[in-house]
Ligand binder design. Structure first.
Ligand SMILES: [Fe+2]
Ligand SMILES: [Fe+2]
Length: 226
């Protein structure tokens, strides 16, 4: 009996050994992968970031406020143009008459804002050029996902309002900054045009909030309860 127990114990030990080896081998592999990753990371870091986390600028980087202002104009020019394509999709997928009207109204406003930006470019003596705005691309994609993830009706409408308000808030932040930049640069005519757009974005945000509080979110909550 003793022998049998001893053998069993031996077997258990033997059985454990390869597993331990495997674990050890895995851990060595993991260590070497980690070391490689660290090496790669530090290589990348040395390219654009110093050891203190300070990012080195690209050779094309803006070296003055005017350049940063023009870059931001190009960014929002791309965003407004992208919105002229995204808004009709949102309107098509909305159900509430109020919401559809609000989106279509803002589409016309947005088309005018594109033209207004072209005037701003002209005033500051720059060519109207669009530069891809990663933030707006993401916000539009988020709106599309909300539509895909909801059934048509009040819940989808509530989702469309939520996505639209994120877009309006991004625009409000952008135009607020652009106004401040224009003022600092003494571009008063450009500032007036940018301030007109800023006011429109704020108005759109209020309209969406009213739509949400007055009808849509209330209906959406009711639909959830059913
Ligand atoms: Fe806009
Ligand atoms: Fe807007």
């Amino acid at each position: 009996m003793k022998n049998a127990t001893a053998t069993a114990a031996k077997k258990t030990t033997t059985a454990k050994t390869p597993a331990t080896k495997t674990t050890a081998a895995k851990s060595t592999a993991a260590k070497s992968t980690a070391a490689k990753t660290t090496a790669t990371k530090s290589k990348t870091a040395s390219k654009s970031t110093s050891s203190k986390g300070i990012v080195k600028a690209k050779s094309s980087a803006a070296d003055g406020l005017r350049e940063l202002f023009v870059d931001s104009l190009k960014d929002i020019y791309w965003a407004e143009k992208a919105l002229t394509k995204a808004l009709p999709k949102m309107a098509k997928n909305a159900t509430s008459e109020n919401l559809i009207a609000a989106i279509n109204d803002h589409l016309t406003v947005t088309q005018n804002q594109v033209t207004r930006l072209e005037q701003v470019f002209e005033i500051v003596g720059e060519k109207a050029q669009a530069k891809k705005c990663d933030a707006m691309e993401g916000l539009i994609k988020e709106g599309e996902s909300i539509i895909e993830e909801t059934e048509a009706g009040p819940v989808r409408d509530a989702g469309i309002i939520a996505a639209s308000q994120k877009i309006e808030h991004y625009e409000i932040a952008t135009y607020g900054t652009l106004c401040a930049f224009a003022k600092t640069l003494g571009e008063n005519d450009a500032m007036e045009l940018l301030a007109a757009t800023l006011a429109e974005e704020k108005e759109a945000d209020v309209t969406l909030t009213e739509a949400a509080y007055n009808t849509i979110n209330f209906d959406a909550a009711e639909a959830d309860e059913k």
